[in-house]
Write a protein that binds this ligand. Structure first.
Ligand SMILES: O=C(O)CCC(=O)C(=O)O
Ligand SMILES: [Fe+2]
Length: 353
């Protein structure tokens, strides 16, 4: 067995980026990281409190199964009002061995007129579910998560300003895709130590707890705290390398959509999580466009193949494709959503799940 190499990830320092004399150099460093490794560390994200976030993740997953089911999606609790955001339990027998809790923007401002004219899908107007304030610590948990959401959303916006700058574009080139109400998702994850390992979770001597994938969206800002387990497969390589822990930093990578918008110049690097036999927590934030955002925009000076890569062969170069409807179609490819989505299409909003 060959030993696993540690990936050497670039470090982008957002504190330095605030200095006008260094901003362009940081922006270029960021663009270079996206063109090569596709993964990097982001240092000094303003307001980021790693330990507080980890404590919140621990607090949540320590709740009883009963309390967690009260904030779960309808798929796991028929009484729930939510189809899209909320808690999801472990799935024994699957490759991925994790439970999670997802929120979107809390109390979004009113949808912009473009979204209204597209009649936003009910999935995306769901209010977040929060543990009952009768439980000690629940109020603080709610406050802290909303604050972390704000911090990483602002960090994502700053990252995209730097990406634009580093590519020679106006810093606000991406802005209209994300504001006012982005569909961004914050996900708390818990990977417990597993007893029995399903055969399909084995890759040779390695046991996986999150299967190999690339992210689908724009920018992911991930907290891994002091945990190992995350591995990446760099473009053109057939060897997995380990992402070291850097507890005060965010791990950043990009998804297929930003890769496509860059004409393939930026890498949406494949990654997975291996079982390190420890109780593991992580918190990804997926910085996503708003419902009506036209995702067929191609960054100027990039290759023009983007529209077809993102939206499939049906799209013409001039056709617009909006993020929300695109995401719904993508979800339809997952069995857990297909039936629910079909029943919405048939007009039955009381679908059984
Ligand atoms: O848990 C991790 O470190 C990575 C999770 C991940 O890749 C994802 O949720 O997309
Ligand atoms: Fe991922």
């Amino acid at each position: 067995m060959t030993s696993l190499e540690t990936a050497s990830l670039p470090i982008v320092d957002l504190q330095k980026a605030k200095d006008p004399a260094q901003r362009l150099a940081v922006a270029k460093q960021l663009v270079h990281a996206l063109e090569t490794v596709g993964f990097l560390f982001v240092d000094n994200a303003e307001g980021y409190e790693s330990e507080r976030l980890l404590n919140n993740a621990r607090w949540f997953f320590n709740l009883s199964e009963q309390e967690k089911l009260l904030v779960s999606r309808k798929l796991w609790n028929r009484e729930s009002r939510n189809y899209y955001r909320g808690y999801f339990p472990l799935q024994p027998g699957e490759v991925s061995f994790k439970e999670g809790f997802e929120i979107g923007q809390d109390n979004p401002s009113s949808s912009n007129s473009e979204s209204r004219s597209l009649s936003i899908h009910p999935f995306f107007t769901e209010a977040n579910l929060w543990p009952s304030t009768d439980t000690e610590g629940a109020h603080q948990f709610h406050q802290d998560l909303v604050e972390h959401y704000r911090v990483v959303r602002n960090c994502g916006a700053e990252i995209l300003r730097l990406v634009s700058l580093g590519c020679g574009l106006e810093e606000n080139w991406f802005e209209s895709l994300f504001f006012p109400d982005s569909l961004s998702t914050l996900r708390l994850l818990h990977y417990p130590v597993r007893g029995e390992v399903a055969d399909k979770a084995r890759d040779g001597n390695t046991v996986l707890c999150c299967s190999e994938h690339s992210d689908s969206g724009f920018v992911t800002l991930l907290s891994t705290f002091n945990y190992g387990g995350l591995q990446i497969l760099q473009d053109g390589s057939d060897e997995w390398t380990a992402v070291p822990s850097r507890p005060q930093s965010l791990v950043m990578n990009i998804g297929d959509m930003l890769s496509a918008m860059s004409g393939g110049r930026f890498k949406a690097t494949r990654h997975r999580v291996v079982d390190t036999r420890v109780d593991r927590f992580s918190v990804p934030f997926f910085f996503e466009p708003h419902y009506a955002a036209n995702i067929t925009r191609v960054m100027p000076s990039m290759s023009q193949q983007c529209a077809r890569e993102v939206t499939g062969d049906g799209a013409s170069e001039s056709a617009e494709c909006h993020y929300g409807p695109w995401l719904i179609e993508k979800m339809r490819s997952f069995a857990e959503y297909r039936e629910i989505l079909d029943s919405f299409t048939r007009g039955n909003t009381h679908a059984k799940a």
